[in-house]
Ligand binder design. Sequence first.
Ligand code: 6GU
Length: 220
Amino acid sequence: MRISILTLFPEMFTGFLSSSIIKRAIEKKLVQFDIVNIRDFSKLNNQQVDDTPYGGGPGMVMMVEPVVEAIRSVKTEKSHIIFLTPSGKTFKESKAKEYARREHLILICGHYEGIDERILYYIDEEVSIGDYVLTGGELPSMVVADAVVRLIDGVIRKESIEEESFNEKGLDYPVFTKPPVFEGHEVPDVLISGNHKLIAAWREKSALEKTEKNRPDLLK
Ligand code: 6GU
């Protein structure tokens, strides 16, 4: 899979691409990233990429032309083009699974007060990562890319994906590791019992309790 990220702030991606599981997935050639600087596609003086909004109002709006030219620099017949914006449809694990089957994702990061609405003629969908406002689409694009890359075959162990939250319904079961007692707080006895049937039952019950407490909406 190939993931192209179009941004005005390419430096924000260096830590993301050079750490942990994403780094290893790139090294194993399971995914290839290109970070494209939208500013390189400005045809104006001083590489200008934004201007004041028609109709007035606060802030600056990203101009459509440099974004469209940046899209054209990476687009093929196989590309799926996603615009990260707080006005998009909320990103879910089901979307991550759908994206993980695609050959090429193009993630467009908006900034300032957004991108000229005519960008909608050049993209496949608008995606938000949740009901809060961020300064730009860079963190959301990393969120989407991270959720997708970990689902690519060979990136992480299959069992880790099958056992986790959001797959069946409800959240993951609580986990513990050494030491058996920390500042008086004990690991549940059953997990040390070695009885796999009891452990499985405890995990199912605890996962359900946690879901009822933290995310009752998932049980409806
Ligand atoms: Cl995709 N962009 C911005 N700027 N803020 C957000 C978002 C996206 N999703 C949630 N908040």
